[in-house]
Every structure is written in structure tokens, then in C-alpha cells.
Design a protein around this ligand. Structure first.
Ligand code: SF4
Length: 334
């Protein structure tokens, strides 16, 4: 593995994410997917799939990248984040040797071949965070690029700059889960740091060609106050720009956060309105059906240019990246 260094005699340091785990011979990292084997850190879930499926790209969620297409999606086990509210904990929090189902052996070459043979336009690294299976995702992205297939990553963005830089040379679109606009929240509920994520968001926006969308899962009483939402939207506006695509999605009680309610539509709409009034052009709500806040409006004439219901695109009124009605540019990859 490329991102590692020797600390002392039999200890290696993994340098993929800011945890920088020190691993003695036989030890496994915080993410449960990297192990020091014979003085080399290896990804023990390489070519081992926990789930592979064909999803609508809107499910990632990506609303401004190849809308209405299906994406071949896969993930492994493990995660380098420590979110107490994880909505996928049955695959992220489990150790590969304790998983109750067999993992499917699929190499990067085979994944790209599945996409080619079935004429799928894109492949997603999703279900669990691709930082936990970086080497597997990277090799797949490299092969996909050679074959003209786009790749998408769904991640919390808790990764060191060098591996991020290399990864995004090959990845065409990314959705970053911005968990909350609060360092305290990141420490207490995710065992991670907001600063790293914000820095990586700026890097993605200004130093790469990767299409970026952001998702914040709203948990009532924890990260949904007017103040915190205004701060998040104003930071996005000032650091990433008004055309940044922002999704608010609804939480359901899961993993260790069972004593918080399901997020209501009212809360999603409040966040949506705050983001719009702060000046963001493309804002969406997700996980609860609501046509009005799943629609893309032209920033100039305000007509509906992409109407959605759930993951389904009902109407598509964009021609060559421009609004069909007034000709204004709609940001994204269409
Ligand atoms: S990727 Fe995993 S092993 Fe490497 S530093 Fe992060 S948590 Fe530790």
C-alpha cells in the first residue's frame, strides 16, 4: 500500500486518513479494513464486495450529474468515521471476519466489465465510505476512466490530502456528507473533525475537475438549529459559491442514536428555506417525498427544469446544459 510509513521496528503508520493509525504486525486499523501483514499495510477487503446493485443516480444523491441514469453501485465493509447515527451500520461497523454473509469476490476489472457489457455509463463507490476501501475504489476508477465509464464517490470526506488528490484525478463526481456545521458535533457524534472536511471541500471545488454535491443528514435537536444551518449555508456560499448543490436529508433512528425522532418534513423545509434565503441556487430535500423541494429550478427564470418524484425524473427541460425556457446555464454534467 502506497500511503504508509515505518514508525519503528515493527510499527507502520497508515496515512490514508487523518487517524494515521499506528499498526503493529497483525493489527487492524480503526476502519477495520487495513491490517499490518508481514510489514505491509494491506486492504483486507480488496475485491471483496458486500453489496453490488444498479441504482438510480438520484439515490446517491446526485441531482446534477447524468440525471435519470442508472449507476452500478458497490461497497465493502468498514468505515473510518465513528458516527453514532450511522444509517448503514450493518455494513460499516462490522469486522470482515465477523460478517454473517459471504463477501462477493469481484475484482476492479470485473466491475468495469459488468458496466461495459451492460452499457452502464457510471460506477459508484458507495454504501460504505470509499476511504475504507480506497485502493479497491482507486483501481476501479483508473480502469473505468480508460474504458470511458464515469465514476462517483459518496464519502464523508475524512481523508488526507495526498490520497484525495490522487483519487480525484480519476473520479468524476463526489457527494460529500457534511455531517453538521459544528466542530463539537463532529467530535462528539462522529469522532472526527469538521476542519478537515471543510478544507477538503474547498480543495475539491477549487483544485479539481470533480463535480461536487453536498448532503447534510438533519437530526432534530442536534444539527438543525437555525443558527447552525445559517452558518453552514453561508460558509458554502462564501467558500464554494452560490451554484454549489446542497441536499438536506431525513434521519431515521439507527445504530446508537435511537432516542432521537425521525426527521420531519417541516424540518427539511425549514433548512431548505434557510439555504435558499442565504443565496444558494440549488437546494434539495431527500428521504421524504416532496416534489417541490426535489425539483431543479432555473436560477434565472425560475421554471422547473428537472422535476423529480423520489428517485424518478418526471420531466427534463435542459438542452445542452441550458434551461429550455430562457437559455440560462444550469450547473452540472448533463
Ligand atoms: S484509513 Fe483506516 S487504517 Fe488508515 S488511518 Fe484511516 S482509519 Fe486508520
Amino acid at each position: 500500500m502506497k500511503y504508509q510509513s515505518k514508525i519503528e521496528n515493527n510499527t507502520l503508520r497508515c496515512e490514508i486518513c487523518p487517524r494515521m493509525c499506528h499498526l503493529k504486525e497483525g493489527q487492524v486499523g480503526y476502519c477495520n479494513t487495513r491490517k499490518n501483514i508481514n510489514s505491509n499495510i494491506e486492504l483486507i477487503v480488496f475485491a471483496k464486495c458486500a453489496s453490488i446493485a444498479l441504482d438510480p443516480i438520484e439515490k446517491k444523491p446526485l441531482y446534477h450529474f447524468l440525471p435519470a441514469s442508472n449507476i452500478l453501485s458497490f461497497g465493502t465493509l468498514g468505515c473510518n468515521m465513528g458516527c453514532l447515527f450511522c444509517q448503514n451500520w450493518n455494513i460499516t461497523k462490522v469486522k470482515p471476519n465477523e460478517y454473517k454473509y459471504p463477501l462477493q469476490k469481484i475484482t476492479p476489472f470485473e466491475i468495469v466489465n459488468i458496466a461495459l457489457q451492460n452499457n452502464y455509463k457510471s460506477i459508484a463507490f458507495t454504501y460504505n465510505d470509499p476511504v475504507a476501501f480506497f485502493e479497491y475504489a482507486l483501481e476501479t476508477a483508473k480502469l473505468a476512466k480508460k474504458s470511458g465509464i464515469k465514476t462517483v464517490a459518496v464519502s464523508a470526506g475524512y481523508i488526507n490530502k495526498e490520497p484525495l488528490k490522487e483519487f480525484l484525478t480519476y473520479v468524476d463526481a463526489i457527494n460529500i456528507d457534511l455531517k453538521a456545521f459544528s466542530e463539537e458535533f463532529y467530535k462528539k457524534y462522529c469522532n472526527a473533525s469538521l476542519d478537515t472536511i471543510l478544507d477538503n471541500l474547498k480543495y475539491i471545488k477549487h483544485n479539481t475537475n470533480t463535480h461536487l454535491e453536498i448532503t447534510t443528514l438533519l437530526i432534530e435537536g442536534l444539527n438543525d438549529s437555525d443558527d447552525i444551518l445559517k452558518k453552514e449555508c453561508s460558509w458554502i456560499l462564501n467558500n464554494l459559491g452560490e451554484s454549489t448543490i446542497l441536499h438536506f436529508s431525513a434521519f431515521h433512528p439507527d445504530y446508537k442514536l435511537l432516542n432521537y425522532p425521525k426527521t420531519s418534513l417541516k424540518t427539511l423545509l425549514k433548512a431548505y428555506n434557510i439555504a435558499k434565503s442565504e443565496g444558494l441556487k440549488y437546494v434539495y430535500s431527500g428521504n421524504i417525498l416532496n416534489k417541490e423541494t426535489s425539483t431543479t429550478y432555473c436560477p434565472k427564470c425560475n421554471k422547473a427544469v428537472i422535476e423529480r418524484y423520489g428517485f424518478k425524473v418526471l420531466n427534463f427541460n435542459i438542452i445542452n446544459s441550458n434551461c429550455k425556457y430562457c437559455g440560462a446555464k444550469i450547473d452540472g454534467v448533463f
